[in-house]
Each structure stands twice: as C-alpha cells, then as structure tokens.
Design a protein around this ligand. Sequence first.
Ligand code: SDX
Length: 432
Amino acid sequence: MTNQTAQLTVDGHTYELPIVESTAGEKAIDIRNLLHETGYITLDSGYMNTGSCESGITYLDGQNGILRYRGYDIADLAENCVFIEVAYLLLTGELPNEKELNKFREDMIRYALIHEDMIHFFDHFPPNASPMSILSTMVGSLHDFYPEMDLDEDPYGGITTATARLLSKIRTIAAFSYKKSIGHPLVYPRADLNYCSNFLNMMFERPNIPYTIEPLMTAALNKLLILHADHEQNCSTSTVRLVGSSGVKLYPSISAGVGALWGPLHGGANAAVIRMLETIYADEMNFDKYIQMAKDPNNPYRLTGFGHRVYKTYDPRAKIIKEVTHEILETMNIEDPLLDIAQELEYRVGKDDYFVSRNLYPNVDFYSGIVYRAMGIPTNMFTVMFALGRLPGWISHWQEMHMDKENNRIGRPRQIYQGVVKRPFVPMEERR
Ligand code: SDX
C-alpha cells in the first residue's frame, strides 16, 4: 500500500481509493471495497485493465520487453541454467544449490513412471486424438491414481511430492502419448538421463534404431522449456488460479490449465504458426496476400505468432528462441524453408505501419515451432511442449494463491446484465 489515493466521484459522492505500488514501481487502484463503498462494480472484458492478484513469481515489463523469474532476467536463466533448476526457482523462490538440485534430479528420476493402469488409457483414445486432450485427461486422472498426494506434508509450499511427481510424470505422459500415436512401443524413462535427455529418448528411441541424444538438442530443449516456464497472469495460469480457488486439488487445476493453453490465441499459436508458414510456402510465398488478409478489419484472419496482450515490443523470449533456431539449424546442417519464410514475414511486418502502429512483434510462439521441428517433434505436439515448460509456473501460482491466506478466496467475477429484465411465464399452449 502507498499513502496515495485515487479519487472517484459518482452520484455526487467522492470516494478515496487506495493506490497499491509494486516492488517494481507499477501502480494499481485498489478496488477491493468498491462495491461495498459505492454500490458499483467495474466492467473490464478480457481483464485488459485488471490485476487479479499480487504475486512475487514473475515480473513483466511489456513496454521494455523485460521478463524476470523471481528477479532473475530470463536471458541469464536461459543461458546458465537447466530447466529443472528454473522450475525449482519458480516453486521455492530461490535457485537450488548443488545438493538441492541433485536431490530434485533424484525426485525427477524417482517419479518418472506412470501407473501401469494409466497406460491402458492410451489404447482407448481415438487414433487421431489430440495430444492436448490426452494430456489434460491423463493429468486430471493422476488425482485418482495418487490420492495420497492430498495428504502431502506441505501441499502448498515449495517442492512437495505432488509437485515433483507431476513435473516428472507430465514428460512421460507426453512421450507415451506420442509413441502410442505412431504405434511404436513405449520407451521407459532411464535413471541415467537428465530431464530433457530422458524426454527426447522416450520420444525417439526405437528398439531397431538407437537414438543418439545430441547435447545441442538437449541444451536447446532446456532453453525452450525455461523460456516457457512462467509468464505471470496469462490465460492458462489465470485458469489454474481460478479453478484452484474453488479448493480443488493441484492435478485437476493443472488439467484445466492445459485446456486453456490449447487455444490458438494462446499456447496453440506455436502449431498455428507452422501451419501459417506452410500455407504461405504452398501458396508460392504470396506474403502480401496473408498480410493484407490480416490487416483487413472485416477478415478474422490474423498473422499468428505476432502480437501480445502485454508486450508492446519484441517478446524477449522470441529473441532468444530465434537465436536458438539459427544455432540448431546451422550446427545440425538442417535446411528448413519455413525459417526463411518466417524471417521474410517478420521483415515485411516490421515495415508495415498497420503492425508497427499496433506494436505487433513476434511473440514466444513465432519461432519455437521451427526448433521443435528440428528436434523431430510433430506439429500436433508443439502445444504439449509449451505445457511441459509452463507447468512449474502453473504450480507456483497455484501454491502462491493458497499460501496467501488473507486474499485466498474463491474467484467469482461479476457481470453487467443486458438481458430481458422480467416477463410473465408463457404456458405451452400460448407459445408460438
Ligand atoms: C501466448 O498472455 C501471455 O502472457 C501469453 C503468452 C504466455 O507466455 O503465456 O505469452 C503466450 O499466448 C502468446 C500469444 C500467442 N497468440 C498468437 O500469436 C495469436 C495471434 N495474436 C493475436 O491474436 C493477439 O495479438 C493476442 C491474442 C496475442 C493479443 O490479443 P489482444 O491483446 O486482445 O489484442 P487485440 O486483439 O485487441 O489486438 C489489438 C489490435 C487489433 O486491431 P484493431 O482493433 O486495433 O484495428 O491489433 C490487431 C487486432 O486486430 N492484432 C493483429 C494481431 N494481433 C493483434 N492483427 C493481425 N495479426 C495479429 N496477430
């Protein structure tokens, strides 16, 4: 709180509303008593102007393209850490020391298997089932396979059995769903591989063709998961908070977050970008046709991978992912025409006033799919990759919400009713 206030005059009365200031200098008008004091609620479709909570996990500065997890700049973390180190940071608030990281690594190995009965689920999804619907179903079912997690020693703080279990198993669920989708035998997690190498091995190892784990690919996957690990109150994280606020346990809350992330305006964009680039490629590089469609106010078509609710400059994650893309393709000597198309599209958009005037720059989803393609991950798994990265962020926010005893109440927004106010009942014989 500050000693500043905002004045609101309505119906001849002037109210003093407290001003809240963040540790980073952002300011907000605290309206938590607005209805009680004024009889008015606020209206803010899409929550463009509304803060849902106070949080100490991630800081975004959309104007200057700054992203920090627990105060550490994303570029430093991506350059110097492995993914589970950053997951530990998000969950506990501190980077792990060597001993803590090794213990966390052991947890990732200990909890990597999924209950063998869960594997039967894969046999009963339709053959073309979406990996995101499989992921949401399987994560939700963990609650029934591991009911003891309700009795967790400290269900809301730091690294608990429930959180370590989920972080490790989501990787296995993702890889197993891929293997089932292509009819290959499952490859089980190994005790001698770290988090990302184990995932790549479970995805691509085959009984007849051994898979060579390229350190460059493992390093790139660590970076991508780190860059996706949290992003304050985005749509899916807000979903996890809202669902969790009803008192439901962790796994069903995360299952709901998977559903929110699936949308093409959110985590589904990384796959949509590849489909857009492939369309432009198939349409003989007719860039202008798609740029004009995106600019046409009467056409719902958008250039997916561009624009962001918070960033009004280049998404700092996109910058790093673009560098990773070049590094991977050049080092692995991979030719992907979609990278050239993406760069040409970015160049043309960057010169077009429609996009420049609306601060529409590449976001985290614009280049990430090209890296996943280079790894051999199919397009329909790209949003699953986003979920693997975002999981520690979702869990951290769920925990933070429950630990905030003063403000932890069920989320229940209000509305402004615009329907028919009242009318007499019409019996069946009188209805037209
Ligand atoms: C993620 O919130 C997060 O933090 C999300 C995320 C995370 O880490 O969790 O960063 C991950 O979801 C990234 C975003 C992925 N989605 C896409 O790439 C889909 C394409 N982008 C857009 O749909 C849009 O930019 C959003 C959804 C990202 C943001 O939408 P907003 O904030 O509601 O912005 P808007 O729709 O009001 O757009 C403002 C203007 C509009 O034009 P005008 O009405 O002013 O004339 O910009 C235009 C929009 O039409 N616009 C675009 C555009 N994005 C916005 N026009 C063409 N192409 C686009 N991509």
